[in-house]
Design a protein around this ligand. Structure first.
Ligand SMILES: Nc1ncnc2c1ncn2[C@@H]1O[C@H](COP(=O)(O)OP(=O)(O)OP(=O)(O)O)[C@@H](O)[C@H]1O
Ligand SMILES: [Mg+2]
Length: 457
């Protein structure tokens, strides 16, 4: 669905629903177009040569007119996802017809692009894109988000790795709730026409590798006959994008990061094979921690890349705006305190409403201590996965006031130098620990929210 379709749909909808047969006004059309393209109101006002308050007033009228169609909670943040959802549902019958030759239709969230056939990259003669111009998508395992804000720079990195550098194995890692699944969905949204197949599988229920491979082969095999013997064969014959979510579930707790559970070691071999064999597909792992072999593959430059997802930065202000918090001048302080972590900020915003009726100033009035509240169980779920040596290193680091130079063994860390370095390396592979440049030296520092939690224990 492109922006012209959206404007036409909104125009018809308003015409049908209003007694006097109203149409979109030019400014409302500009607002719709801008919001669809994820522009902010100040930008829309600038482009339309009017004030921001005028845009806000007209936008309020516009959302009111569209609420009957899209729901009472409609606003600029959820407009696009609501339209896409509505459009998707109404297209399922169309999709069913289009894919009748495939005996089992797979409904994906972005499948509406079946209508939106775009030019695709050249492909081998027997690949399915010569039979159908649209990717076959299965996002049944993917989470559904009401809305998310673009992570432009991370997205362009991922797109460059996949589309230009043909990276075969990508690990996207970071803390729980930091936005790994959200960014992967955005990536699919923006690259889907480049693929023949897109599938999202979650490892929450710890499927064995053989179960996972059977599921993948069944998915690819529905439209490719005769069936091919291995997943890598499908990766060779078609352009596939496979997202494996919640990968940390196949790693051990109480051990250094990225070590496979007993019986799951063959996943490591599969990841390695994906990185080193020649094919035209990409496998993306979303995980709290990096698998161990990834560092070596990356070092050998074996079509392998890793992206550490961090907070949203200033963009996180949109979350606070959406939550309707007050005292905008204090928002950046709040964002810095909680590292721009979207999920933490959502939780803290709820607390601010519960305790201070939405006033960020009152919440922050008592100094810069990090209030943890409902974040504690989330933080604990990370800490309980740590090995003993990581706990010792982390607890020692939580006592340090500044970023730490690890070249010298700390006298009071209770670990040997090699245990200490290994622990630091492992904590970094979990995104709990960051390298910062102090002068010309790289030093390490612990996430301040975790620091506060550890200190409170
Ligand atoms: N780009 C974004 N814009 C707005 N909100 C976001 C964004 N990314 C994440 N969020 C918010 O944070 C929540 C968690 O995001 P997401 O599920 O993508 O995290 P995750 O890293 O996949 O977490 P987990 O490892 O627990 O699966 C989302 O439900 C959403 O509310
Ligand atoms: Mg996720």
């Amino acid at each position: 669905m492109n922006v012209e379709d959206v404007v036409e749909w909104a125009n018809n909808s308003i015409f049908d629903k209003t007694e006097t047969g109203e149409h979109l006004t030019p400014i409302q059309e500009a607002i719709l177009t801008g919001v669809w393209q994820r522009q902010k109101y100040p930008q829309i006002a600038k482009d339309f040569h009017c004030s921001e308050s005028h845009v806000k007033k007209e936008a309020a009228k516009l959302w009111e007119k569209l609420r009957e169609e899209l729901g009472k909670d409609l606003n600029k943040f959820n407009f696009r996802s609501k339209v896409e959802k509505k459009y998707r549902v109404s297209n399922i019958s169309h999709l069913h017809d289009s894919l009748l030759q495939i005996d089992n239709v797979i409904c994906g969230q972005f499948i509406q692009n079946i209508k939106n056939e775009k030019a695709r990259s050249p492909s081998p003669p027997d690949s399915p894109q010569n039979k159908s111009q649209s990717p076959i998508i299965d996002l049944t395992d993917a989470p559904d988000f009401p809305d998310y804000y673009d992570r432009t720079s991370e997205l362009s990195t991922l797109k460059q790795w996949i589309l230009q550098a043909h990276t075969r194995l990508i690990t996207v890692y970071g803390l729980s709730g930091i936005g790994k699944s959200a960014i992967a969905l955005q990536l699919i949204e923006q690259t889907q026409t480049e693929f023949d197949y897109i599938i999202w599988l979650s490892l929450t229920n710890t499927p064995t590798l053989s179960t996972l491979q059977t599921e993948l082969k069944q998915f690819f095999g529905r439209s490719q006959q005769p069936p091919l013997p291995t997943v890598i064969d499908y990766f060779r014959s078609s352009r596939c994008l496979v997202i494996l979510d919640d990968v940390q579930n196949i790693f051990k707790s109480s051990e250094l990061a990225g070590q496979y559970l007993a019986g799951y070691e063959d996943y490591g071999k599969f990841f390695k094979q994906t990185a080193t064999s020649s094919h035209q597909s990409s496998l993306i792992l979303l995980s709290w921690e990096k698998p161990r072999e990834i560092t070596a593959l990356e070092a050998e430059n074996r079509a392998t890349r890793t992206l550490h997802i961090k907070g949203l930065g200033e963009q996180a202000a949109e979350i606070l705006r959406e939550k309707g918090l007050a005292d905008e001048e204090k928002w950046s302080e709040l964002i810095t305190l909680y590292q721009g972590h979207p999920s933490w900020l959502n939780i803290i915003a709820a607390t601010i409403w519960e305790l201070f009726d939405g006033s960020v100033s009152l919440f922050l009035a008592d100094g810069s201590d990090v209030f943890l509240g409902d974040l504690e169980p989330i933080l604990e779920s990370h800490l309980e996965r740590l090995s003993d040596s990581e706990k010792k290193a982390l607890y020692w680091l939580a006592t340090q006031n500044e970023a730490v130079d690890i070249s010298r063994q700390p006298a009071d860390s209770l670990l040997s130098k090699s245990e200490f370095w290994q622990a630091i390396q492992s904590l970094a592979r979990r995104g709990l620990f960051e390298k910062v440049l102090v002068g010309t030296r790289s030093k390490f520092q612990i996430d301040p929210v975790f620091k506060a939690y550890i200190q409170s224990k």
